[in-house]
Design a protein around this ligand. Structure first.
Ligand SMILES: Cc1ncc(COP(=O)(O)O)c(C=O)c1O
Length: 358
């Protein structure tokens, strides 16, 4: 009988709750307004010939490299950051190697590492999700071949300074260190200009969040010139489709569109944080397009009551250290108004305010 590898059989299926997502979708950290109208216009100009040919990634890689002020040899376009993670795991992890992650964090680091037969070493964040630098450094061993850190992190929104990340990369020269900057645009700080040195540092970016292109599946992996050919070897030359390649240069050129959206998201984030404090609900400062809050025992009822009001939020209660927590994505000013109106209704309906301050 055909059997999957033992490493694959022991994986937990990753099934994001994608069904029935009608309403204002503040549950997946996607853009709430979609992409720039210029990108849409470009997509509408799509012709049959573009679709008939296999996609040519390299010319668009040069555009992306220019945008990031990197050498094209350092840049690989990927089918979202998801593929970038997958490629690093395939390129660097042997069965029995160790991959270090800081939890709670994005689920796919552990899944792709385990699928290679690696052992995932989970380092628990400190109090209030403080970055556990000393703990992480103490867990590095000769078998550590991958360290993946989301900066800012998902689901906490917490960010870590570049110096700390560089210190980690220097402490583990035998490991590929991935700094996942999926939420970079909302944070504004990057380690990208260090992507050539140390020689084990990789940076990932996505067009799924601020650029509103999650459905197209496109991301960037940047890394040291010497290492990128190894990563390319495990990548399909066609993993980024022709439509995404058509859209990307236009998306990068319309920086005003992204900046205007980011501004609204950040204003909404501050408003939500302010209202959470006033309601006495615990929350954690976020550098991303979402806020994690501790609703408490009634977290499921909270999610259901928000859904009844047409607003989807994400329950994160099962993440390590996140008991009773919910994560809410921010969007435009108008959407934040809708969110806050529903939020206040639900807080008073479920008497969350009194429960927290009691
Ligand atoms: C930290 C982090 N990295 C990567 C991704 C996925 O990015 P992409 O859509 O480019 O695969 C997400 C999506 O939620 C994320 O939170």
């Amino acid at each position: 009988m055909l059997e999957a590898r033992a490493a694959v059989k022991s994986l937990h299926a990753y099934r994001p709750p994608l069904a029935g997502r009608q309403g204002l979708r503040l549950d997946f950290n996607e853009s709430t307004i979609g992409c720039s109208p210029r990108v849409l216009a470009r997509l509408r100009s799509l012709d049959a010939e573009t679709l008939a040919r296999y996609p040519e990634r390299e010319p668009v890689e040069r555009v992306a490299a220019d945008f990031l002020e990197l050498d094209p040899a350092q840049v690989l376009l990927t089918n979202g950051v998801d593929e970038a993670i997958h490629l690093l795991c395939s390129a660097y992890l042997e069965p029995g190697d160790e991959a270090i992650i800081v939890v709670p964090t994005f689920a796919l680091y552990a899944i792709f590492a385990q699928a290679e037969g690696a052992r995932v070493v989970q380092v628990l964040s400190g109090e209030n999700f403080a970055f556990p630098l000393e703990d992480l450094l103490s867990r590095i061993s000769q078998r550590t071949r991958l360290i993946a850190i989301a900066n800012p992190n998902n689901p906490t929104g917490a960010a870590v300074a570049s110096e700390v990340l560089l210190q980690i990369a220097q402490a583990a020269p035998q490991a590929a260190v991935l700094v996942d900057e999926a939420y970079f645009e909302f944070h504004g700080e990057t380690i990208l200009n260090h992507a050539a040195r140390p020689e084990n540092l990789f940076v990932a970016r996505t067009f799924s969040k601020a650029y509103g292109l999650a459905g197209l599946r496109i991301g960037i992996l940047a890394g040291p010139r010497e290492q990128m050919p190894m990563v390319r070897r495990v990548s399909s030359p066609y993993s980024v489709n022709a439509v995404a390649l058509l859209a990307l240069p236009v998306a990068l050129a319309d920086s005003k569109f992204v900046a205007a959206y980011v501004l609204q998201v950040k204003a909404g984030r501050a408003q939500l944080e302010n209202d959470l404090s006033r309601a006495g609900i615990a929350w954690w400062p976020s550098e991303a397009n979402f806020v994690l809050m501790r609703i408490g025992q009634r977290h499921r009822e909270f999610g259901a009551a928000m859904r009844q009001r047409g607003i989807l939020v994400r329950d994160r209660s099962n993440d390590p250290g996140c008991e009773g927590c919910v994560r809410i994505t921010l969007g435009t000013s108008e959407q934040t108004e809708r969110l806050l109106a529903a939020f206040h209704e639900v807080v008073s309906e479920l008497k969350l305010e009194t429960e927290v301050s009691a």
